[in-house]
Design a protein around this ligand. Structure first.
Ligand SMILES: NC(=O)c1ccc[n+]([C@@H]2O[C@H](COP(=O)([O-])OP(=O)(O)OC[C@H]3O[C@@H](n4cnc5c(N)ncnc54)[C@H](OP(=O)(O)O)[C@@H]3O)[C@@H](O)[C@H]2O)c1
Length: 213
């Protein structure tokens, strides 16, 4: 697949390298291409473009920008370009205020989520929440003695979730589909839970796994 990533930070860089490793064609989108020169040097064949160029390049698109600018980034990417496309939403609604005793602040409530805001604004985009509840260093083929960790996903489009589940399978995850976009109200706060051991004990290498009988 051609994969366009809107973003240049650690998540876009990790997932971009992962898609390349698995044989996909990749373009990272940024407002400042110069800062991705080192990453491109380490990732032969990768393309760098603007948000709009990455959105146009992608058969599927990954959104990996700061949560509070996610709508701005989608606007720069081009709503008409994104219409009908799968957008893997990795973002979390982290507020500017600092964490309290290791607990991040969100700018959403438990009755709303960032992905619902994105979906309401762009109804024809096929958003799938994924990769939001693990650190970037463990997003691609993480190795754990307990086996594959679980990625919680949601979204309104069943076919889009099927495609993203295929990517997750390639990237070494088992997928748990939690249903429609409203499930992002539960998935996004997993980021808060995931970060607490990081802030309190400097532990950033864990992942969630759902155990079943
Ligand atoms: N870091 C992690 O391990 C991790 C794990 C799971 C989920 N997430 C979530 O994934 C998302 C990406 O995280 P990240 O750590 O890779 O990077 P980040 O620092 O949260 O975001 C960097 C990206 O945000 C864009 N950006 C910043 N201000 C902007 C503005 N005013 N308008 C448009 N774009 C703007 C930057 O664009 P330019 O390229 O143009 O500078 C850059 O591409 C976040 O929502 C985060 O909560 C992060």
């Amino acid at each position: 697949m051609n994969v366009g990533l809107i973003g240049s930070g650690p998540v876009a860089q990790s997932l971009g390298a992962g898609f390349l490793k698995h044989g996909h064609a990749v373009m990272l989108g940024t407002r400042d291409a110069a800062k991705l020169a080192p990453w491109r040097g380490q990732n032969a064949g990768a393309r760098i473009g603007s948000f709009a160029e990455a959105a146009a390049f992608g058969e599927i698109v990954v959104l990996a920008v700061k949560g509070d600018v996610a709508l701005d980034a989608l606007s720069l990417a081009g709503p008409s370009t994104l219409a009908g496309k799968i957008v893997v939403d990795t973002t979390n609604p982290i507020a500017a205020a600092p964490p309290v005793n290791g607990v991040l602040k969100f700018f959403t409530s438990l009755d709303d989520s960032l992905m619902e805001r994105l979906q309401r604004t762009y109804p024809s985009v096929r958003f799938v929440k994924a990769f939001s509840s693990v650190g970037n260093a463990k997003m691609v083929n993480p190795q754990y003695a307990a086996g594959r960790p679980t990625m919680f996903i949601c979204g309104n489009d069943a076919a889009a979730k099927q495609v993203v589940s295929g990517v997750l399978d390639q990237f070494g995850w088992e997928t748990l589909d939690l249903g429609a976009v409203e499930a992002a109200r539960a998935i996004e706060p997993l980021c808060m839970l995931w970060c607490i051991p990081g802030f309190l004990q400097n532990g950033w290498t864990h992942a969630f796994k759902l155990l079943r009988k």
